[in-house]
Design a protein around this ligand. Structure first.
Ligand code: 3UK
Length: 546
């Protein structure tokens, strides 16, 4: 373990991140000894490793990003990011350690900005395009941001979110390229840049959680962490090759998207399709048009795409990765029936940066998330952190080369990290073969008449019914039972949502899983409340906000 090794000298001139990391004794145990390749040098700039090193490896003329507007090569991405880095340092006063907010749909230029920020030794703070001014203001304040690089199309919320910040400046890109724009500031700058020699444990990015329950939390990740996620899950489960073409819907502000669409393909010398809008239908279009070999999206999107495949050619696909929410067995089977491909499910978290439990190929057991990813350790524990016997429900605890360090939030830090383990807030069962079976978010367990009922299990049963497009199952307060198992159901197009269907769904659940788990109330809705990353907001349903 490198834990006891003295930290390399930080390159940060602006000490904000270092000063707002949690106290060392509240960090998770960071383990680099579980895989030989995690033995990184003390000085490391992950942007150089992912980009400059690949051009040095001879990939300069190879494609890195495909969009409707054309293809960018690794060499073009390198040149653009170097010019932007010059603009940041020489025109915009960015010093190592400064936080730079990035905002916009997934585009090559936004990714070039991301690399430029890291090369300048600064810290990237990406925000979802869906965030509104109030949320931008929250992120900017929490991370003390004074510069934003913003796609011209999202300027309004950014400018409004920055309005009250003294000395704060927003620079746009992707617009008309006029005076003051990023393009104007880049003009004439050299295509080479001496990247700041950061310490492996200098903060590289602050990722905000999507906040299923309230204000997002800022999670801090080091340069080393960015490489670690590239070197654990992808090589062991995906085996990306230079001719792979990744495509997906998540924004790069969601670390699922950052990994799947930028970090993982680039570490492998492969390319990715960047979509400015991420609907299931647009993802299918992209797969066909760019002959994508790998997709990264959420379970609901696979379920929707399975119904849209008629007349489509998705024969280029060889890998489909699902994360963000539990992948219901019904969705996994529907996708396999339609494409012949088994979805690779994986649980990740913003706090952990990326995926730490997964399974691929013949190792997949539908309904299970998989086994611990090489490089990580995972176990199911009780409230005293003792491992529970296999087959018993408990809390998921993980550790490995990445882990939770909240920005300036001692209370939540104590909730997420205990005894050096990260507690993700999920309840799981591990079976005798080492597979992990998702039950529910710890705070989503329904307790009805003394029974513990996992909402997602009831959802999985409902989804086996042909009338159901999507559903969410929560416990609503009930005098008699404590909580009443309540199902919110979105029907497939053309299905009549009536009493008779409600009864049929209840009977179907009773016949599929233990009858006491059936939804005593069924509510038909047009859509379900979701976060910007597509996650169900069960708390809103519990608060009666359907
Ligand atoms: C839930 C899952 C069951 C789980 C994420 C891949 O989702 C990501 O990060 P978030 O911070 O949310 C974390 C929480 O989401 N979850 C995610 N994946 C699964 N539950 N099965 C899954 N496969 O509650 C977890 O604690 O938004 C996912 C990569 C990077 C990510 N940030």
């Amino acid at each position: 373990m490198t834990e006891s090794a003295p930290a390399a000298r930080s390159a940060h001139v602006d000490p904000f991140c270092r000063d707002h990391l949690p106290p060392r004794d509240q960090w998770p145990l960071l383990r680099y000894d579980l895989l030989p390749r995690l033995d990184y040098p003390d000085r490391l700039n992950c942007a150089v490793e992912l980009l400059d090193a690949q051009v040095a490896n001879g990939l300069g003329r190879r494609p890195v990003f495909h969009t409707a507007a054309g293809t960018w090569t690794y060499g073009e991405l390198l040149a653009a990011s170097n010019r932007i880095a010059h603009a940041l340092v020489e025109e915009l006063g960015v010093v190592p350690g400064a936080r730079v907010l990035l905002r916009g749909p997934n585009t090559p230029l936004q990714v070039a900005c991301w690399f430029a920020v890291l090369k300048a030794g600064a810290v990237a703070v990406c925000t979802m395009p869906l965030l509104r001014a109030r949320e931008v203001a929250y992120v900017a304040e929490k991370a003390r941001v004074s510069l934003a690089l913003c796609d011209a199309r999202c300027l309004d919320d950014c400018a409004a979110g920055f309005a009250g910040r003294e000395g704060a400046r927003t620079v746009t890109f992707g617009g008309d390229g006029g005076e003051g724009s990023l393009e104007a500031l880049m003009r004439g700058k050299p295509a080479t840049f001496d990247a700041v020699d950061t310490a492996a444990d200098d903060v590289a990015l602050i990722a905000f959680t999507s906040g299923t329950t309230g204000q997002g939390k800022g999670t801090m990740h080091f340069h080393r962490d960015v490489l670690a996620v590239c070197d654990c899950f992808p090589p062991h489960l995906l085996g990306l090759r230079p001719d792979d073409v990744c495509a997906g819907t998540p924004p790069i502000a969601f670390t699922f998207g950052l990994g799947g669409l930028v970090l993982f393909p680039m570490r492998a010398g492969a390319s990715a399709v960047l979509l400015e809008q991420g609907s299931p239908a647009l993802l299918l279009d992209a797969v066909e048009r760019f002959r994508a070999t790998a997709t990264f999206t959420a379970p609901t999107a696979y379920r929707a795409m399975a119904g849209l495949l008629a007349g489509r050619d998705v024969s280029s696909l060889r890998l489909c990765v699902s994360a963000g929410e539990a992948l219901p067995k019904a969705t996994s089977e529907a996708w396999q029936a339609a494409t012949g491909l088994r979805i690779v499910d994986g649980i990740g978290a913003t706090e952990m940066l990326h995926i730490f439990i997964s399974a691929a190929g013949d190792d997949v057991r539908p309904g299970s998330t998989g086994k611990v990813v090489p490089g990580y350790e995972a176990r199911v524990v009780d409230d005293d952190m003792a491992e529970v016997p296999r087959g018993t429900v408990g809390r998921l605890a993980v550790r490995g080369p990445t882990g939770c360090r909240y920005l300036d939030d001692a209370e939540r830090q104590r909730g997420y990290v205990r005894d050096g383990w990260n507690l993700t807030g999920d309840s799981y069962v591990q079976d005798a073969d080492g597979y992990f079976w998702y039950q529910a978010r710890t705070d989503d367990m329904i307790v009805s008449s003394g029974y513990n009922i996992a909402g997602p299990e009831v959802e999985a049963a409902l989804m086996l019914h042909e009338a159901v497009q999507e559903c969410a199952v929560v416990g609503l307060p009930d005098e008699e039972r404590g909580q009443l198992v309540t199902a919110y159901v979105v029907c497939r197009a053309g299905v009549a949502a009536d009493e008779a269907l409600a009864k049929a769904l209840q009977d179907h659940v009773k016949a599929t899983i233990a009858p006491y788990k059936y939804p005593r109330r069924v509510v038909f809705v047009d859509q379900l409340p979701r976060t910007a990353t597509g996650k169900l907001q069960r708390y809103r349903l519990r608060e009666g906000d359907a």
